[in-house]
Every structure is written in structure tokens, then in C-alpha cells.
Design a protein around this ligand. Structure first.
Ligand code: PAF
Length: 278
């Protein structure tokens, strides 16, 4: 496994790779969710590149950029047994240079879900993913379904900019008790870790109601809101039952819907979602 710290080093490695290349972009501090993306890439692509980069532009003021968990040695030791070919571990200055004036923004997303609650977040994600796709030039890039709006934004950017890459979405990986894996779970105290189960419980309840025939978007949202409201440590940012592509809230679920939520447990903001589909 080779490690590239600069854009030039990454490009030099890439030029040597024959066959198809899969990229798994991450913020680092890897968990089983990331490793499941790596394994999916390993199955489909001849070469696998993982990027670990805590991207400053996707964190808003007052968010956790400064304290985001960071342990490159740990990441490398998790990636080595997975048959990864290259890890791209750039410093901030490699990706964002003085005088950078170009950003990528997918219009129409800023007043929805994460876009509405984290100003600038999606622009930061689209910009860094565009940069990584240009640097690594993969045939496929792998993303987790947990960041559902990020996936919508990345797919839209790839389509609109005619980028020659296939975006592959993989299911959310969960702890045995249902909590969606996230690097931010390390922030949770034992009591908060317990309280955090309210996210997956609310989504499971939405799935059950949907399976029982409920198709009214507002009733599904209200039931999730009420369940979150019963957890004293939880503070709700949003619940949503939305169209899977436009992310507009649905009055009536006719085909599939994305049920998603963002909840603060103490100082930790967690997101999760499920697809409701008959
Ligand atoms: O999902 C993430 O880990 C990040 O948002 C990504 C896609 C690596 C961009 O920084």
C-alpha cells in the first residue's frame, strides 16, 4: 500500500495504475462503514484508492472542524489488510491553495435538509469531491447512503459537469443495536450513546408505519418527531419524508421516499436515514 501526501505524488501513483480505479473519499478516522466501501471497491475495481482528508470547507463556523477525530496511523493500519493500493493523505494546503477562487455549488439544495442547517456544507462537499475526482481520476467513486443529501449532490454534480465517473452508493452500516456508524460517535458519552439510539428507532418506526400502509408524509414526520421528543437528551434539527431525487417534502408517498433526520445529542450532531419503498 502506497501513501501519497501531495497532489503530485497521487498523480504519479495514478499514472502507474492499470485497469479500473475505485476511489473511496473519506474524512478519515475510519470505521466499518468506510471499510465496507473499500471492500465494495475491491470487488469491482482493479485498483483501490482511499482519500483521508478532513475537508475544512464543509464545516461551518462553530462546527467540529477543530476537534474532528484524526488519526492517520490508525487509518493506515485499518486499510493495509484490506488490499488498498494507495492512500491519499493530503495536508490542507495541498487541496486549498492561496488564492483559490473556484467552488462547486449544486443549486437548489441550500434550503433543504443538511443544506438548510449547515450553510456552506454542501458547497464544501461538492468542491472537495470535484477536486478529488480530478486528482485521482477514478472510474468509480464509492459513497455511503448515510449522507443521503451528499449523494444526491455528488450525483447531480457528476451529471451536470459531464464527469466521467460512476457514483456507487452503498448501504449504511450499523452497530448491532441499530446506531448508524459515524466517526462522530466517539464524541458520545455512554449515556449519550444510549440516547442516540432514538434516531434509528424513529426511522424503524417510520418503516413499520409505511409497511402498515401509512402514506401520509406529515403523519410519518409527526410520528418521528414525537418519538425523538421523548428522549430528553435529544434535540431535533429536522425530520423529513422527501422525494428521493429532489428531496422536496412529500405530502403523499406514492413511490419511494427518503425518511431522514438530524438530531443533536449533547454537543454531537448525528444524521441517519432510510429509504421507504413498497
Ligand atoms: O462523507 C464524507 O466523508 C465526506 O463528506 C467526503 C465525501 C469525503 C467529502 O469530504
Amino acid at each position: 500500500m502506497e501513501v501519497a501526501a501531495t497532489v503530485e505524488e497521487m498523480r504519479a501513483l495514478r499514472r502507474r495504475f492499470e485497469g479500473s480505479v475505485g476511489l473511496v473519499p473519506t474524512l478519515g478516522f475510519l470505521h466499518e462503514g468506510h471499510l465496507s466501501l473499500v471492500r465494495a471497491a475491491r470487488q469491482r475495481d482493479d485498483r483501490v484508492v482511499v482519500s483521508c482528508f478532513v475537508n475544512p470547507t464543509q464545516f461551518g463556523p462553530g462546527e467540529d472542524y477543530e476537534r474532528y477525530p484524526h488519526d492517520p496511523e490508525r487509518d493506515l493500519s485499518l486499510l493495509r489488510p484490506e488490499g488498498v493500493d494507495a492512500v491519499f493523505l493530503p495536508a490542507k494546503e495541498e487541496i486549498y491553495r492561496d488564492g483559490d477562487a473556484t467552488f462547486v455549488e449544486v443549486a437548489g439544495m441550500d434550503d433543504l435538509l443538511e443544506g438548510a442547517h449547515r450553510p456552506g456544507h454542501l458547497r464544501g462537499v461538492a468542491t472537495v469531491v470535484a477536486k478529488l475526482l480530478h486528482i485521482v481520476q477514478p472510474h468509480r467513486a464509492y459513497f455511503g447512503q448515510k449522507d443521503a443529501q451528499q449523494l444526491v449532490v455528488v450525483r447531480r454534480m457528476v451529471r451536470d459537469l459531464h464527469l466521467d465517473v460512476e457514483i456507487v452508493a452503498r448501504p449504511t452500516v450499523r452497530e448491532p443495536d441499530g446506531l448508524a456508524m459515524s466517526s462522530r460517535n466517539v464524541y458520545l458519552s455512554p449515556q449519550e450513546r444510549e440516547a442516540a439510539l432514538v434516531l434509528s428507532k424513529a426511522l424503524r418506526q417510520a418503516e413499520q408505519r409505511f409497511a402498515g400502509g401509512e402514506r401520509d408524509g406529515e403523519r410519518l414526520r409527526t410520528a418521528m418527531r414525537e418519538l425523538i421528543g421523548q428522549e430528553p437528551l435529544a434535540q431535533l434539527d429536522y425530520v423529513s419524508v422527501a422525494d428521493v431525487e429532489t428531496l422536496q417534502e412529500l405530502e403523499l408517498v406514492e413511490g419511494a421516499a427518503l425518511a431522514s433526520l438530524a438530531v443533536r445529542i449533547g454537543r454531537t450532531r448525528l444524521i441517519d436515514n432510510v429509504i421507504l419503498q413498497s
